[in-house]
Ligand binder design. Structure first.
Ligand SMILES: [Fe+2]
Ligand SMILES: [Fe+2]
Length: 381
């Protein structure tokens, strides 16, 4: 164990030698962040010293976890901002865009308060991103910026800002297994189970969740399909956060970092449950064709036969108790999955499979891959 594997806090004593060391430690961290995981991050993290609250230091592993979470929050902010510009409330809390009344009305079919919820979710993500980065800097670590990767196009529909984006909401392949996963009383992906899609046609092909141009507002059925796609995607994103935070929390060392991860993670769960409730209100639609791609989508009546019952009934928005840790133990109402191994890479893969990064550069994927590898090498000291 060497002191160099710890990062001094802003409040740690600044004797001449420790401030010299502080610079050295910071450049070490910079090296870790830039050179990437290919280097001996494993051995560096393995030798990372045991942090103690009393010394006011934070481990390299904690920095790696927070840096991955900062990046995830930047990506969340970017996608929520796009939803807010067209379908939320544009104000001084969440500026940008001027709204698309027709798209906002389609989303409002799921709940009259959708615009407010979109606004609040967007603001929450922005504060998560800003807070985690500021905390990293306060501990002498490097903040995360993805600004160089803001290269994806904006929607051309009236109401959207014309600016470079990190995420693509116009070619999504939406995983809707969270819907059945949280309704199952026996299945848990942590125990190897695979849950069925609630909306199978959304989980294949590419679907837009925002109007790409004003042409997408013309056919009321297709516009509602876009609104429904957004409604399910909201929950898909937030259930990811609901799992990611408890997954990574199991490998943080500092109690303060644990407090941050638990406190932010809890709000992801609040978001998820809200969206989980609203998605169930999506109006049923059959074989609605995207006039641009020719791909069709069907939103079945989830309460009617052959669906319905505990696997699909839309008002079952609280988690059904299910198998946890071991099938011999009693069923328990829990967040799932929460297995920690490889969690950051799993989250990155899920976001990629979602289509969020369609069109992104190799440099972007390399950068995110490095952050995920580093976070997954973190061990609780
Ligand atoms: Fe967040
Ligand atoms: Fe979130």
């Amino acid at each position: 164990m060497t002191k160099d594997s710890l990062v001094p806090t802003a409040s740690s004593q600044t004797t001449e030698s420790s401030s010299k060391n502080g610079v050295k430690r910071r450049s070490f961290l910079k090296g870790l962040g830039v050179a990437g995981a290919a280097l001996s991050a494993g051995s560096l993290l393995a030798t990372a010293a045991k942090a103690s609250e009393r010394t006011g230091l934070i481990t390299v592993g904690d920095v790696a976890i927070l840096r991955f979470l900062a990046a995830a929050e930047i990506l969340e902010t970017d996608l929520w901002q796009q939803y807010n510009e067209l379908g939320g409330i544009q104000d001084n809390e969440v500026p940008g865009g001027s709204g698309s009344p027709a798209y906002t009305a389609a989303i409002a079919q799921l709940d009259g308060d959708m615009a407010q919820y979109i606004h609040d979710n967007t603001e929450d993500e922005l504060t998560h991103e800003v807070f985690i980065n500021a905390y990293l800097v306060s501990k002498g670590a490097e903040a995360v910026s993805l600004d160089q990767f803001r290269t994806l196009p904006s929607s051309r529909a009236t109401g959207a800002q014309q600016t470079g984006r990190l995420t693509n909401l116009m070619q999504l392949t939406v995983d809707t297994t969270w819907f059945t996963r949280y309704r199952s009383r026996t299945q848990n992906p942590d125990l190897g189970d695979t849950l069925p899609q609630a909306i199978p046609t959304l989980a294949v092909g590419q679907h837009t969740a925002i109007p790409r141009t004003d042409d997408d507002l013309q056919d009321p059925n297709f516009l509602q399909a876009i609104g429904n796609t957004a409604g399910f995607h909201f929950a898909t994103i937030e259930q990811g956060g609901s799992s990611l935070y408890p997954q990574l929390a199991q490998r943080v060392t500092s109690l303060e970092v644990l407090r941050i991860v638990l406190s932010i993670g809890g709000t992801e769960i609040m978001h998820f449950q809200t969206w989980s409730d609203k998605a169930g209100n999506a109006p049923p639609l059959t074989d609605v064709l995207d006039p641009v791609t020719g791909i069709s989508v069907t939103f079945p009546n989830l309460n009617a036969s052959p669906l319905g019952g505990e696997d699909f009934q839309t008002n079952l928005i609280m988690p059904e108790p299910t198998a946890f840790l071991n099938r011999k133990l009693p069923a328990c109402s829990i967040i799932r999955p929460t297995q920690t191994r490889g969690a950051a890479m799993g989250a990155l893969k899920a976001l990629t499979a979602d289509g969020l990064f369609v069109g992104q550069s190799r440099a972007f994927f390399k950068f995110m891959h490095t952050l995920a590898v580093e976070a997954d090498l973190a061990v609780r000291e």
